[in-house]
Design a protein around this ligand. Sequence first.
Ligand code: NAD
Length: 458
Amino acid sequence: MAKQYDIIVVGGGPGGYVAAIKAAQLGAKTALVEKENVGGICLNHGCIPTKTFLKSAKVFKTMKHANDYGVTASGEIGFDWSKIVSRKDGVVKQLTGGVAFLLKKNGVDVYNGFGEIKSANEVVVNGESLQTKNVIIATGASAIVPPIPGVEDAYKKGIVVTSRELLAVKNYPKSILIVGGGVIGVEFATVFNSFGSKVTIIEKMDGILPTMDEEVRVAYTKTLKKDGIEILTGAEVKSVSDHKLTYNLAGQDVTIEGDLILMAVGTRANSKGLEHLGLEMDRANIKTNEYLQTNVPGIYAIGDVNGKFMLAHVAEHEGIVAVEHILKKGHQKMDYDKIPSCIYGSPEIAAIGLTEKEAKARGIDYKVSKVPLAAVGKALADGEKEGFIKLIVDKKYLEVVGVHIYAYNATELISEFSVAMASEATAYEIAHAIHPHPTLSELSLEAALGAIDKAIHI
Ligand code: NAD
């Protein structure tokens, strides 16, 4: 007789594996189907591997500037790319192994193979039919290789790469052309620039990181340029021929060359092959409501495949909301207005809520409190001077409307504001909470004080 489940999760990335563990913890008979290693893009080919590269880059940079800290580093400071890659592989292995262990320990049945979703009640894996009451689709997204002449051919030759292949590249590139100045583009630009490659970003819009707050974009662009990264904006890629790339800028065609060409122009939901289910779609994305239900009863879609926010932490949260809804436990629904986003470079960017432009467009009567990093003693001790926090609050109650942090470890600071926004806190609550000294979190305290009347340390 076919195995019977309450929930089958298809896709074992951060959305899928968290959903499966949560479902099992809440008492549901749960299966997870994954065709590769559990952990998805995030653990295997994305968030975690890039962070290991960035850490190596930071160690390298710090060693080169050891003198600034009174430390003598003698001899040539170098790096061994193969060791950087194998350190990355080790971290990935440890993490994905940990996730596999957690799934097992929580009693989730893991099927290794491609999951064919026949209906809300049947999934077939490796020829075996599994029966279920509900299906959660968590099949993620894949990097887009755009249909630009010559790209497909150069991709087959390994000259054009997506972030996935770049993370496994064996020969260190002396030069790299990065098509797309979004999140992936700037993260890799930072890595390869730190190790001395010649890096060129080719972005079709009038600036990089189009969704970020304007002041942050301007500051970040300045930093990348100061570090020696070339940024071409308003540039349209016309063709690629092996290592050569031709773009058009202000009516003129220009050809440049690189050892590698990274395509970082966005991702597309992995929803191919699901057409027979009758799901309502928005292009490749599966449409879902605030409980992650699709239009087909018993089928939910979480993470990149619904195209709302292509972020691992959103996928995880959606997984929990979907499972709680299926099992009628908990009353959470998604609030897509309060999603933190992080960009890992040097320094980092972290943001939540509205940008100043969006606050203006929504007619919010707001004020801004901006505090430079130099106001914080811990930052100076750490040798970090560049950056700021920009806190946007509504004028009447001083409720947090948006926060934009541009600083080292900004990504660790933003969670305070996630809690603040989830609890509709104002600048008063943040200022009344005692922040330990000396810490970088004093940047947030100073911003709250500044929103009330004046910051102390500027
Ligand atoms: P993205 O959407 O962030 O950026 C793509 C950029 O490419 C845009 O600036 C766009 O204008 C530009 N572009 C598109 N077509 C172009 C072309 N033909 N020529 C030149 N420029 C072009 O996409 P991404 O950077 O590829 O990242 C993919 C997804 O992964 C995103 O949704 C991102 O949020 C997610 N991600 C998040 C993180 C993080 O949170 N730290 C890290 C990596 C990836």
